[in-house]
Write a protein that binds this ligand. Structure first.
Ligand SMILES: Cc1cc2nc3c(=O)[nH]c(=O)nc-3n(C[C@H](O)[C@H](O)[C@H](O)COP(=O)(O)OP(=O)(O)OC[C@H]3O[C@@H](n4cnc5c(N)ncnc54)[C@H](O)[C@@H]3O)c2cc1C
Length: 477
């Protein structure tokens, strides 16, 4: 049996990622003693991998003459989400986004220019030099300097309430199986969502069994379950932050995955088109694949298009690191890699290709012929795809690559208000309990936002800070 250890502090924070680290620094700067519990051996969580952070009316945007206002961004987000969100929470996150960027830069994070994540989208996505590690590393250093105690490999397990229903502690377990009880006056849950928890994914969302989660190994729904156990209400549990489709077993921005996202011909397992492939917004791609049988798709192209990608360059980039017009000069080797994995296929005829991917040959031939007709006349009668992406599938050899839907993370779970206080089922705040980042709901309607790019990491950082500011007030600091 493991030992038991007691620790005392003002505030405990669960998770040292995109929301937990800013919460820790803010709390320590406000004069609180702080303990951070982190499940993994290293800090940062999914935040380490982020590429761009949302802000509106930032100084960087002002210097670049980006005229978008907070009011406009707020209205766009609310319309996009059909007001199925917490408007006061959305407003405060949008209003504070620019100041959050200034704060992050003051802590040492390197934040660059505002980019449009999707073609013709708003320039709200402020790129991060060297990914989100620029944020997490800087904040970790500041937290340590400010005396925050960060306990790695120490997952939080349970919240403790006093007799009056106020938060009074957290129980965690260290790497040797010893129990740690932290006696605290406030807790901020910031342990990410439940992307690794297949049981919760199946219960609350439309994620299929083949979904590829690449949001880090930590988030497992622990914080959400802990909060629900003590009476917190649920919000937004069904919203997924979906990413671009990927080859099974092929994580991240590889060339094979980049190939998949190109806007040529996509079909489902029935050999039918199911999407305007020229729509780059990941949430929409993810929604469309989720509706298909087996939740998989194939990209189909011919030798001519292969040459185009090699010599002219790709039409869709992958984040900032593989820009549009990148020439896939090693495309043959990449395709061979896919073939060796059993995820890519090459054939002399469409009929042969169809049999390799278990699609009815007549059906696929018919789909290709119809699609080629759209390419000839320069208009996609089916889904109105931008004509510049209409590449016919005519010249052997023909290629197919299978793709699975992906999950960046889940973005809901615990109901909070605009102070990030955790609410019970009567919408009354549980004294001393706050939730920030991916474990908290209220920001998204049914689909992760595709208009205000970079909002999840922005929400994580701002909601972490807001949580601590309110926790400091609550404990009288
Ligand atoms: C590849 C990738 C690219 C992305 N790009 C962008 C982008 O460009 N822009 C954008 O806005 N967003 C992006 N995101 C999303 C963004 O990174 C997340 O929304 C953000 O990190 C959420 O912050 P969080 O604190 O809620 O979760 P995390 O950053 O994941 O932190 C949660 C932490 O809690 C820890 N934890 C889990 N359970 C426990 C427990 N029981 N006890 C203690 N600790 C626990 C985890 O190990 C982790 O360290 C990206 C995500 C990925 C994966």
């Amino acid at each position: 049996m493991g030992k038991e250890q007691e620790l005392n502090a003002d505030i405990a924070i669960i998770g040292a990622g995109g929301a937990g680290l800013p919460a820790a620094v803010t709390a320590a700067y406000g004069g609180a003693s702080v303990i951070v519990f982190e499940k993994m051996a290293a800090i940062g969580g999914a935040a380490n991998m982020a590429e761009g952070i949302f802000a509106v009316e930032s100084n960087i945007q002002r210097r670049e003459n980006v005229g978008l206002t907070k009011d406009q961004a707020f209205k766009l987000h609310m319309e996009y989400s059909h007001w199925r969100v917490n408007p006061s929470l959305v407003r405060v996150i949008i209003d504070r986004s620019a100041e959050t960027i200034e704060w992050l830069m003051a802590q040492g994070a390197k934040i660059c220019e505002p980019r449009a994540l999707y073609p013709d989208s708003l320039r709200t996505w402020h790129t991060l030099e060297g990914y989100g590690k620029t944020i997490t590393k800087a904040l970790y250093e500041k937290a340590k300097e400010a005396g925050v105690q960060v306990l790695l490999k120490t997952p939080a397990k349970k919240l403790v309430l006093d007799e009056e229903g106020r938060i009074s502690g957290v129980i965690a377990e260290d790497k040797n199986g010893n129990t740690i009880k932290a006696n605290v006056k406030a807790v901020i849950i910031s342990d990410g969502g439940f992307g690794n928890n297949m049981e919760m994914l199946q219960k609350y969302t439309n994620a299929g069994p083949d979904i590829i989660h690449y949001g880090g190994k930590g988030p497992n729904g622990d914080g959400i379950q802990m909060a629900w156990e003590i009476g917190a209400a649920a919000e937004g549990t069904d919203v997924l932050q979906r990413g671009m489709p990927m080859v099974r077993g092929e994580m991240g921005i590889t060339r094979l995955n980049t190939l998949l996202s190109q806007p040529y011909l996509w079909v489902n397992q029935w050999g039918e088109r199911f999407f305007d492939e020229g729509t780059y917004e990941f949430p929409f791609v993810g929604n469309a694949i989720a509706k298909q049988a087996n939740q998989i798709m194939y990209i189909i192209f011919d030798d001519h298009t292969k040459k185009y990608m090699k010599e002219v360059g790709i039409d869709f980039g992958a984040g900032v690191y593989v820009p549009i017009a990148t020439k896939l000069d090693n495309i043959d080797a990449e395709l061979q890699r896919g073939i060796d994995k059993g995820e890519a296929y090459v054939a002399e005829t469409i009929d042969q290709l169809a049999s390799m991917i278990d699609i009815n040959g007549e059906k696929l031939v018919a789909t290709v012929e119809k699609y080629n007709g759209f390419c000839s006349k320069g208009h996609d009668d089916q889904f109105a795809k931008n004509p510049k992406f209409l590449h016919p599938v005519k010249t052997p050899e023909f290629y197919a690559i299978r793709a699975c839907p992906t999950l960046v993370g889940t973005v809901g779970g615990i109901k909070i208000n605009s102070k990030t206080e955790v609410l019970n089922k009567k919408d009354v705040a549980i004294p001393g309990l706050y939730a920030s980042g991916n474990c908290a709901g209220g920001m998204y309607g049914d689909t992760y936002d595709a208009v205000t790019s970079g909002l999840t990491i922005s929400f994580a950082v701002s909601s972490g800070r807001i949580g601590s500011e309110n926790a400091l007030r609550y404990i009288g600091k």
